[in-house]
Design a protein around this ligand. Structure first.
Ligand code: ADP
Length: 485
C-alpha cells in the first residue's frame, strides 16, 4: 500500500520524504484556493527547510541503488506509472480543475499529455547510448558513457500542474537520477497525487520526494545544497534568474523554462480559417496562461480586417465558467493578481488608442474570471506587446512587410515559441530561419508534444525538455580514455 498523500474528502494533502508522509499533528498548513470560487477547499502540510534537507539526503541514498538498475527495469516501472496515471486520469483531472480551474476537457488532455512523457521516457530508459570515438593519434581507445547526474531538484509552476511534473520527473528517473520536487504552492495536489501513483506503481521510495512549502525557503535549501547536482525550473524569468544566481556557488547543471512573448504572424497569403483556429488554440487555451501562448498577433494589412472579424466571431463563442460545467471553454485566471495584470494590459492599450472589439471586462461574481478579449489598433509601444499578458487577451497589430514584422518579432528579450501562417514555401523557410525562438509553429498554433524538444533561447531559458534531447539534461558524459592497451 502506498501512503495517501491527497485526501480530497478530508481536504488534506501531505508532502513525502522517502516513505514518510509529512502529516504529523501540529504541522503548519498551506491553504489551497479554488480559483473558480475564490474559496479555500484544501490544506497541505507545509514542509520546512529541515524537511527539504531530509528530502535531499533521502534522494541521495535512494539514487545510489537506482542508478545501478538496468534501463529495462527503470523503464518497466515508468511504464507502470504511466498505466496508473492513465487509469486514474479522471481523478487527476478532477483535482486539477479544483485547484487550477481549467475546463475538464483541457484537464483530461493535460493528463494524457503528462502521461505521454512518462511513456516516452519509459522507452528511452533503454537507450542511454554512449559512443566509441576512434583515436586520431591511433594510440588510444576512447569511450564515452552517459551517467545520471545524481540528485535533481525540480520547481514547477501552476499552469500545467501535471505535465510540468512528469516532463521533469520521467526523464530524471529514466536516466537513473532521484528527485526532490517542489510544486507550486498554488497547485500542489495534482503533483502529490502523481507521486502517490508512482509509489503505487512500485517506484522505490526516496526517488521522488515532494516538499510543498515557502518557495524562497525551500528554493534556498535546494539551490545551496552541494548534493543537488541539477535544478530544473519552469516559471517566471524573474525567479529563474534568481535561482540561476543561487546555483552559481555550487555550479549546478540548469534546465530553465522561463517566460515567453510569442509572436503570432498572419501573412496575406495565409489560409484564413487555419490562421483563426491556430490563433484561438494558441491564445485562449488555459485562458491564455501558457508560456507558449501567442502574446502579440501581427496581421498583414491585406488580410487584417477579415482575420479580425473572423477571430472576433470565434472569440465571442468562448464561454468562461466553472471547469466542471461542460459548456465552459474558459476557466478562471489563477488568482486576483493574474487577472489584475491582464486587465491592466487592456486598460493601458485602451488609454493609448487600442480598440476593444470584444470582451475587455472581468466577469462579475465569485472567482477570477474575465471575458476573452480581442484588441485592435495595438502598437509595439503598448504593455500588452512588450510584456507577457498570461491571460485571454488577443492584441492585433497591423503590419505591412515581412522585414518589418520579423524585426518586431525579434525585438524582445524572450525567444520561446513563435508562430506564423503562410502558404508560400519559400517564405516559410525564410521566416522560420529568421525568427529568434526555440520553437516555430508554421501553420499551426500547437507545437508541443513529448517527442519534440521544448525550450527557448535568449531569456526564455536553457536546455530542452521532451524528446531524446530531454534526457541530456539528466545525464553527464564521461570519457574513458585508455592508453597503452
Ligand atoms: P508565476 O509568476 O507564473 O507564478 P513563478 O516563477 O513565481 O511563476 O513560480 C513558479 C515556481 O517557482 C513555483 O513553484 C513557485 O513557488 C516557485 N518560486 C517562486 N519564487 C521562488 C523563489 N524565490 N525560490 C524558489 N522558487 C520560487
Amino acid at each position: 500500500m502506498s501512503p495517501v498523500l491527497v485526501s480530497l474528502a478530508d481536504g488534506l494533502g501531505h508532502g513525502l520524504i522517502g516513505d514518510r508522509v509529512l502529516s504529523e499533528a501540529g504541522r503548519a498548513t498551506i491553504a489551497i484556493e479554488n480559483p473558480a470560487t475564490g474559496r479555500v477547499f484544501a490544506r497541505v502540510g507545509a514542509a520546512t527547510a529541515t524537511d527539504a534537507r531530509a528530502a535531499i539526503e533521502t534522494a541521495r541514498v535512494a539514487q545510489l541503488d537506482w542508478k545501478r538498475r538496468g534501463g529495462h527495469e527503470r523503464g518497466r516501472l515508468l511504464e507502470r506509472w504511466f498505466d496508473r496515471i492513465t487509469a486514474q486520469a479522471r481523478d487527476l483531472a478532477h483535482v486539477m480543475v479544483l485547484e487550477q480551474g481549467k475546463p475538464m476537457a483541457e484537464a483530461l488532455a493535460e493528463v494524457a499529455y503528462a502521461a505521454s512523457y512518462v511513456k516516452f521516457y519509459a522507452e528511452e530508459a533503454k537507450r542511454l547510448h554512449g559512443e566509441a570515438i576512434p583515436s586520431s593519434s591511433g594510440q588510444r581507445r576512447q569511450f564515452v558513457v552517459r551517467e545520471p547526474v545524481g540528485v535533481c531538484a525540480a520547481i514547477t509552476p501552476w499552469n500545467f500542474p501535471a505535465a510540468m511534473v512528469t516532463r521533469k520527473a520521467a526523464p530524471a528517473l529514466a536516466a537513473g537520477c532521484a528527485m526532490v520536487l517542489k510544486p507550486s504552492e498554488l497547485t500542489p495536489l495534482t503533483a502529490l497525487l502523481l507521486v502517490e501513483l508512482a509509489l503505487a506503481a512500485g517506484l522505490p521510495p526516496g526517488l521522488l520526494n515532494v516538499v510543498v512549502g515557502d518557495a524562497a525557503e525551500i528554493g534556498g535549501v535546494l539551490t545551496a545544497s552541494p548534493v543537488v547536482r541539477m535544478l530544473s525550473f519552469t516559471g517566471s524569468t524573474r525567479v529563474g534568474q534568481l535561482l540561476m544566481a543561487q546555483c552559481a556557488p555550487t555550479v549546478k547543471k540548469l534546465g530553465l523554462e522561463l517566460g515567453g512573448n510569442a509572436p503570432f504572424i498572419v501573412f496575406d497569403d495565409a489560409d484564413l480559417d487555419d490562421a483563426v483556429e491556430g490563433a484561438l488554440a494558441s491564445k485562449f487555451r488555459n485562458a491564455g496562461q501558457t508560456c507558449v501562448c501567442a502574446n502579440r498577433l501581427y496581421v498583414q494589412d491585406g488580410i487584417h480586417d477579415a482575420f479580425a472579424a473572423k477571430l472576433t466571431a470565434r472569440v465571442r463563442e468562448l464561454r468562461p465558467g466553472s471547469g466542471f460545467d461542460e459548456r465552459s471553454t474558459q476557466g478562471p485566471l489563477i488568482n486576483r493578481a493574474a487577472r489584475d495584470k491582464a486587465m491592466a494590459h487592456i486598460h493601458d492599450a485602451r488609454a493609448h488608442g487600442a480598440r476593444v472589439v470584444c470582451g475587455g471586462e472581468i466577469v462579475d461574481g465569485p472567482g477570477h474570471f474575465m471575458q476573452p478579449t480581442v484588441l485592435t489598433d495595438v502598437t509595439p509601444q503598448m504593455l500588452c506587446h512588450r510584456e507577457e499578458t498570461f491571460g485571454p487577451v488577443a492584441p492585433l497589430i497591423r503590419f505591412q512587410s515581412e522585414d518589418q514584422v520579423v524585426a518586431w518579432a525579434n525585438a524582445s528579450e524572450f525567444g520561446l515559441a513563435s508562430y506564423f501562417f503562410s502558404r508560400d514555401i519559400a517564405r516559410c523557410f525564410r521566416v522560420a530561419e529568421a525568427i529568434e525562438a526555440g520553437m516555430v509553429g508554421i501553420n499551426t498554433g500547437l507545437i508541443s508534444s513529448e517527442d519534440v524538444p521544448f525550450g527557448g533561447v535568449k531569456q526564455s531559458g536553457l536546455g530542452r525538455e521532451g524528446s531524446r534531447h530531454g534526457l541530456d539534461e539528466y545525464t553527464e558524459l564521461k570519457l574513458m580514455s585508455f592508453g597503452s592497451l
